[in-house]
Design a protein around this ligand. Structure first.
Ligand code: NIG
Ligand code: FE
Length: 408
């Protein structure tokens, strides 16, 4: 696989011929266009159903979709946490493991001690694998450094990988992921460190777009989360948050108050929280991989959220502890099988709505003239084949910015 970034304004043209089904989503619906073609120039889609180029790919009557937009991941970590996975297999819960010093905190030492170069290599390798699953844009959080230097290092790693790897990465600062051990007895001092030192430094260096907080019992309270997000806003960072993952702590309501782009997890969201998200037009990003990987059955109420008129996005939550999952096709399978989503809804959530959760729906997330040519050629006939094939994803080629970056 070529993992060198396709040059922006890639002048080459590419013609996808003999597309059996072209699947794309917008705000309101999923469209399937039969027996068509796609012409790409300068990294963008320039026409659908007509055109020609010397460089063409015969799609053999198979399906072409948008590349996936994975709008929630934590890829900057050093060590795997398979021992926690073993503890869960033996019956311990994520919360119990975290109380015994596992969880987020057990990734901190590794990130603090790792060199930037080592982290770049690890994150780059992880991005290689994301591409093989059809993910062409990914949101990536810091949050395992939890001191100023290590949070900046993590964001620096994301910036470097974004510059060199074909995948597009959207950086999120998440100093508010957990309280580090040295602040165990003085949480307010850590909030001050985030607000007075980390956020201004992140903002000065221009290395994050979003600011995220784990607003949850045992982590950051609604008041603490509000403060961190409001200070972020003053420094030009956009808000998103981990909301009501294990218990309803009123985080969905806070999402409305701080005009978050997205409220994520929502396994325990209340009726009032749902009404609030709907009222404030906030994307609900659901992460069924986490529910699955933690061995829980309390999947987020996707149907209720959709029926309330909320845009639902789907993402992997890829991280070493609670969701060691990189495959968006598998997330679609979980959404269809455990959250009552139709395959069309799940597809829309994994593409267009993922882009919307990042404020990028004008550029990516659908196959439209003028948008980025980020596409997947499947060895499948229709959308239903994605969840039906469960773990055999049958991706023939991934095209990023108009260049074949997987399956060349
Ligand atoms: O999204 N919920 C907070 N953060 C991660 C868990 C990260 C970890 O366990 O390392 C999540 O599930
Ligand atoms: Fe997360």
């Amino acid at each position: 696989m070529s993992n060198q970034k396709a040059k922006i304004n890639n002048p080459k043209s590419l013609f996808l011929n003999n597309v059996g089904q072209l699947v794309t989503a917008n705000e309101d619906e999923v469209q399937c266009i039969k027996n068509t073609s796609v012409l790409i120039e300068n990294g963008q889609v320039v026409s659908i159903g007509e055109g020609y180029s010397n460089h063409s790919i015969d799609c053999g009557g198979k399906m072409v979709t948008s590349g996936f937009v994975d709008s929630h991941t934590h890829p900057v970590y050093y060590n795997k946490r398979d021992e926690e996975y073993a503890m869960r297999l033996a019956g311990a819960s994520y919360e119990e493991i975290a109380e015994k010093g596992g969880g987020i905190i057990s990734s901190v030492e590794g990130v603090r001690h790792a060199s930037k170069e080592v982290l770049i290599e690890k994150v780059s390798d992880r991005m290689d694998r994301f591409i093989t699953f059809g993910t062409t844009t990914i949101e990536a959080k810091s949050g395992y450094g939890l001191d100023t230097e290590s949070e900046l290092k993590s964001l620096d790693v994301i910036e470097t990988v974004n510059q060199t790897h074909v995948i597009d990465m959207v950086p999120t600062f998440m100093g508010g992921h957990a309280f580090p051990i040295e602040y165990e007895d003085d949480h307010e001092a850590y909030i001050d460190l985030i607000c007075d030192e980390m956020i201004p430094a992140v903002s000065d260096q221009g290395i994050a777009v979003f600011n995220d907080v784990f607003c949850e019992k045992g982590y950051f309270s609604v008041e603490q989360s509000r403060k961190i997000l409001e200070v972020g806003t003053k420094h030009g960072l956009k808000s998103r948050l981990h909301a009501d993952e294990f218990v309803d702590s009123g985080a969905a309501k806070l999402a409305g108050e701080v005009a978050a782009f997205s409220a994520d997890h929502l396994m325990a969201v209340s009726e009032a929280g749902i009404a609030n998200l709907a009222e404030n037009n906030i994307v609900a990003t659901l992460l069924p991989g986490t529910t699955f990987f933690l061995g829980k059955t309390s999947y987020a109420p996707a149907r209720k959220l959709i029926d309330a008129g909320i845009s639902v996005a789907l993402a992997t939550d890829f991280n070493p502890g609670s969701s060691h999952i990189q495959s968006m096709p598998f997330i679609i399978t979980l959404a269809c099988m455990h959250m009552g989503m139709t395959v069309e809804e799940a597809y829309q959530s994994a593409t267009y709505n993922g882009a919307k959760a990042l404020g990028l729906e004008g550029e990516i997330g659908s196959i439209d003239v003028g948008k980025k040519a980020d596409l997947i050629l499947w060895d499948l006939d229709s959308l239903l084949d994605i969840p039906y094939h469960v773990s055999n994803h049958s991706i023939q080629k991934v095209i990023k910015n108009g260049e074949v970056v997987f399956g060349a």
